[in-house]
Design a protein around this ligand. Structure first.
Ligand SMILES: Cc1cc2nc3c(=O)[nH]c(=O)nc-3n(C[C@H](O)[C@H](O)[C@H](O)COP(=O)(O)O)c2cc1C
Length: 191
């Protein structure tokens, strides 16, 4: 059991029946006790990133995204690869996350759900570069590849396969453990 730990779940796919969305929904539904998962649902509504708009008064969708990141102890992402790169709409979220600074130092991890031959490697290499650029705290043990096919997703949008489910929940536990370790370390530094 973890002490009041909130994870923001960011999905890179807008597709109905998305495997990446199913991974995150599974995390939300099966989260360990003490871990609260919040799904970010503003991907399709977020305006295209424009530095000219990155000033007060902020667009309310941008403000909502930044608040959601600020309110989270950690961020878990799951995204497909499109044409050898991150989906444009997902990169848009990451672009908007730069200016506010909320993601700086934030523990982040991703689950690569690809079942494809190439395993969406290029998108995830790119994700690593972007997250490094924005100064996120990449939690390496929690970044993992859990291939999820459309066949293992139930009508409720949750992954039915028990082994896959366990692997997804383990990622949350690893993230929570990392945050807990940081809290203890920060506490020691204050004392
Ligand atoms: C236009 C398009 C381009 C794609 N390009 C790639 C690609 O470059 N590499 C890859 O591994 N998969 C690629 N895919 C496959 C998707 O990543 C795959 O279908 C993934 O499961 C979609 O995630 P979702 O189920 O969450 O929507 C592409 C799919 C589409 C529709």
């Amino acid at each position: 059991m973890w002490s009041a730990f909130r994870v923001l779940l960011l999905c890179g796919s807008l597709r109905e029946g998305s495997t990446n969305a199913a991974v995150l929904e599974t995390a939300r539904v099966w989260a360990p006790e003490g871990v609260e998962c919040v799904i970010y649902d503003g991907l399709a509504r977020l305006p295209h990133f424009n530095p000219d708009m990155d000033r007060e008064p902020l667009d309310h969708e941008v403000a909502a995204l930044r608040s959601a990141i600020a309110d989270a102890d950690a961020v878990l992402m799951s995204t497909p690869e499109y044409a050898g790169a991150l989906p444009g709409s997902f990169k848009n979220v990451l672009d908007w996350s730069v200016g506010g600074g909320e993601i700086y130092g934030k523990p982040v991890a991703w689950i690569n759900a690809s079942t494809g031959f190439a395993g969406a490697v290029r998108a995830h290499e790119s994700l690593r570069v972007v997250l490094g650029f924005v100064g996120a705290d990449i939690v390496e043990p929690a970044c993992t590849h859990i291939p999820v096919s459309r066949q293992v997703i139930g009508d409720d949008g949750v992954v039915e396969d028990l082994q896959l489910r366990r692997a997804i929940v383990t990622v949350l536990s690893l993230l929570a453990a990392h945050v807990e370790t940081r809290r203890v370390r920060d506490q020691h530094e204050v004392e």
